[in-house]
Design a protein around this ligand. Structure first.
Ligand SMILES: [Zn+2]
Length: 338
């Protein structure tokens, strides 16, 4: 669609970040499942699926409050209808996951489907932010894994992805499974364990920690007296859910969109530091897989620990300048133990 070598204007950038992948937004709107033209998107995306399964997916995607995941029972029913293993189902769903991709710099669309220990499936896709460091980008695996994390799944069983996981993602996944037990599914290749893709990994134990990011734990944080608005409370809940063993700088973001929905994003730290996922990126990934556009963000709140060794403020403001110009970041300092 776009020549990657051509510099994009801010206008086209915003249009790309805000646009619906293959018309999937409209399909997510409450009125959409009655619209045959939108329903047809799934016919072309998932031509090998039965009509019964596509109907099941349409119902899930258009349900109010859809949050980019397929509950375990629904995943099982889809696998049975398709007479496939859940792993094969995950691979089959990748074209749908890829529609959540927003890569205005590389124009390289990556989709991922994660299976949590609960059996739930979670969508994810890559997100890029023109005008800023490539370090701000979200990889598809990170998006899908953060989706599972925000749903407080108890662990990660497997990850299906449209291309082999890059080194950055292998490192990110090590934090989700320090023993390297996650099964990686790519194309028709046999499933392979993370430990085989990243042997001799540098993991949490190298910095003295026994566990990784799962199971999700709660930090004991509270808002200052007098701060009790809905968005700050949502950002506090995200910060309480965040994972920051190395800096103790727990943080969370809440985004409100013009549709009235609120999306939460927790900071997910990595032992190798750079693959850490900032809270704004986690929240944007949640917003996109729910079928909304970042251009509809109207308010953003960040809650972080008072006096912590790092802050998410400057990076969040830089990303917001690229995708939600004019929206001011509200920063609240939380108190308590992490
Ligand atoms: Zn990657």
């Amino acid at each position: 669609m776009t020549d990657p070598n051509r510099l994009m204007s801010r206008r086209s950038t915003l249009a790309t970040l805000g646009a619906a992948g293959l018309g999937l937004w409209a399909m997510h709107s409450p009125s959409a499942h009655a619209d045959d033209s939108k329903g047809n998107d799934l016919n072309s995306l998932l031509p090998e699926f039965s009509e019964k399964s596509r109907d099941r997916l349409r119902r899930l995607l258009s349900a109010p409050g859809f949050s980019g995941h397929i509950p375990a029972a629904e995943a099982q029913a889809l696998a049975e209808t398709e007479q496939k293993s859940v792993g094969a189902l995950m691979l089959g769903l990748l074209p749908l996951a890829r529609t959540y991709s927003r890569p205005p710099i590389s124009n390289y669309h990556v989709g991922a489907v994660v299976r949590g220990a609960s059996g739930n499936l979670y969508f994810g896709a890559n997100i890029e932010f023109p005008g800023h460091s490539l370090g701000f980008a979200v990889h598809a695996e990170q998006s899908a894994l953060s989706n599972a994390y925000m749903h407080s799944d108890t662990g990660i069983a497997s990850v299906a992805v449209t291309a082999a996981p890059c080194g950055h993602c292998r490192q990110f996944m090590t934090e989700m499974s320090p023993e390297g037990d996650i099964q990686i599914l790519v194309g028709s290749s046999p499933a392979v364990k993370l430990s085989a893709l990243l042997p001799a990994a540098f993991g949490p134990k190298d910095l003295g920690f026994k566990d990784g990011a799962f199971p999700v734990r709660e930090a004991d944080l509270s808002l200052p007296k007098g701060v009790d608005d809905e968005l700050s409370v949502a950002a506090l809940n995200a910060a309480r859910q965040s994972y920051a063993p190395y800096t103790k700088a727990n943080s969370g973001i809440a985004l409100r969109t013009r549709t009235g929905r609120i999306y939460k994003g927790a900071y997910i730290e990595n032992v190798a530091f750079n693959p850490s996922l900032p809270p704004l990126q986690t929240a944007l990934a949640a917003l996109i897989v729910a079928g909304e556009s970042s251009s509809s963000v109207s308010k953003v709140a960040l809650v972080e620990v008072e006096g912590a060794v790092i802050s998410q403020k400057s990076a969040a403001e830089a990303v917001m300048a690229a995708i939600t110009p004019g929206v001011k970041l509200q920063v609240v300092k939380a108190m308590g133990r992490t």
